[in-house]
Design a protein around this ligand. Structure first.
Ligand code: HPA
Length: 235
């Protein structure tokens, strides 16, 4: 047990999928894993471990934002030995050619700050994905017929953003979408010798104002779970 995770050592798999929403973790475990068992419910942050095609997998919520994700990812990696961590989430599109329901696979994640900023200090570190996971995820997404984009995400500290000029600069520099977790997941994985990837579906569009209805979010979430599992276990 750790401060925020009630699982016993050994109850967490080396491969962990991390949706932001704990209920999404439960949905994914019920729909994709065999023999899924609840291994954490401290503070309502649900984690489940089961198998997918015979491979052990944990699906654990990250919460919203990098400070929350940092707590869970730190404990999963350092205390439970997680080696592969894949964020499955949503993002807001920042480019015209990126549409609702498209899949964005993050090669890198730009941020204003992360929980790691204090240690990087004067360094502008470039948090980036694990290449083998990235390659496998792109192959899986394309094989499933998903409209897939590979490039940069912007990991913002705020959902209600009062700085439209920042969004404009991100768009101008080719960033595909905005979310709130990927950069710190990449920082932590790189620091501790783990592998990380963020796969996001586009739930809303910053330029057009369109948003996916909630019923459709479930379907695109399922697609991401499959992409993430196939990326971790390409077979
Ligand atoms: N901003 C931040 N995070 C998000 C957004 C957004 O517009 N959409 C989905 N996650």
């Amino acid at each position: 047990m750790t401060v925020h995770i009630g699982a016993e050592k050994g109850q967490i798999a080396e491969t962990v999928l991390m949706p932001g929403d704990p209920y999404r973790a439960r949905w994914a475990a019920e729909n994709f894993l065999d023999g899924a068992e609840l291994v954490n419910e401290v503070r309502g942050m649900l984690g489940f471990t089961g198998t997918w095609k015979g491979n052990r997998v944990t699906i654990h919520g990250s919460g919203m934002g990098m400070p929350s994700l940092s707590i869970y990812a730190n404990e999963l990696i350092r205390d439970y030995g997680a080696k592969t961590l894949i964020r499955i989430g949503s993002c807001g599109a920042m480019q015209e050619h990126v549409g609702l329901r498209d899949v964005v696979i993050a090669m890198s994640a730009t941020s204003l700050s992360t929980p790691s900023s204090a240690i990087f200090r004067e360094i502008n570190f470039a948090p980036h994905a694990d290449w083998s996971l990235l390659k496998n995820a792109v192959a899986a997404a394309e094989a499933m017929g998903a409209k897939t984009h590979v490039g940069g995400l912007y990991s913002s500290d705020v959902f209600y953003d009062e700085r439209p000029d920042l969004t404009e600069q991100m768009t101008r520099h080719g960033i595909l979408g905005v979310e709130m977790e990927a950069a710190e997941l990449y920082n932590l994985a790189l620091r501790h010798g783990a592998r990380a990837l963020a796969v996001c579906t586009v739930s809303d569009h910053l330029q057009t104002g369109e948003a996916l209805p909630s019923a459709e979010r479930e379907k695109s979430f399922g697609e991401m779970v499959e992409i993430a599992l196939t990326a971790a276990f390409p077979g």
